[in-house]
Design a protein around this ligand. Sequence first.
Ligand code: 13P
Ligand code: SF4
Length: 347
Amino acid sequence: MTAALITAIPDPQVAFEDLYQVPPVENITDTPDEIRHKQARVRQLAQQRNAILLAHHYQRPEVQEVADIVADSLKLSQAAAKTNSDVIVMCGVHFMAETASILCPSKTVLLPDVKAGCSLAASISVESLRAWKAKFPDAVVVSYINTSAAVKAESDYCCTSANAAKIVSSIPADRPILFAPDKFLASVVARQLKRSNIIAYPGYCHVHKTIEPEQVVELLDQHPDAELLLHPECGCVSSCMAKAADGSLPADRTFFLSTEGMLRHIAQSTAAEFAIGTELGILHQLRSKFPDKTFYPVNPNAVCAFMKTITLDKVIRALQTMSPQVRVPEETARRARVAIDRMLELS
Ligand code: 13P
Ligand code: SF4
């Protein structure tokens, strides 16, 4: 089976962990009544500001419940691109707010907490990408949506976990591809497409990396009838693809899916139980949409502290003060938009 080639980061002295700071996760002690009251206040302010609230599946349950749309990175960018609202409140992380700003330069984009970063996006800077490109001048650059606007501006295509294979397969087979920054997603795409000229940047998400093959094996031993749904950012994907190929995991019950892909898959599956390998926030959507099915997290500690920085109080404050705003400089946005538009046209 084909695996992506992984190259060293341009500056091996810098550890990815030095490039970001994980914020503390605030413990919210609101009563159900207080939550309902705050949610009503959010809706009232959103109406006054003509704002749309977009939330990622990893958001806190009370934030997901108050949003207009809860979705994966692809659907959030599509929703931003077509909204008529004046204001977009991004209940997600910084690169998602930047993507919305690139697609809607005339709108106000609010990110309720500026600490809502992303370890994966932090793993590649525009300088690292330029240095990497200089080593492979003939390559086409495909950047995951989990990157800064500046990195997207240096890329030929953007992709998400929902469409990475489709985007890569649209590129002529003889062109080498620099795939940044997620090495695990790169390996899934390389194996799915049997393509040997995908060169992967060695970045990863610090949350998904902790979802390990041993946890998968143990959980499926306990629940042998469960279908296994893994996000392609997980640290276990290479091992699980190999196990599915040699029969030690059930190939017909192992799937690599984006968060939205998991929801779509479960809606049409006859299985009653699912082992879920991704950030825990998605369990709120899964359990509310499919109350008759049972979900087991592969790693019950897989929490993204960046996503959890967004709280109802901060959404209220953002709508009251119209800050913090995220705006991408015009020239960067113009160049980044080329890569994002190519992705949206192919999606
Ligand atoms: P998707 O929701 O696009 O699958 O991405 C997961 C993610 O890590 C977002 O930060
Ligand atoms: Fe970034 Fe990982 Fe959090 Fe997603 S889960 S926002 S990739 S740190």
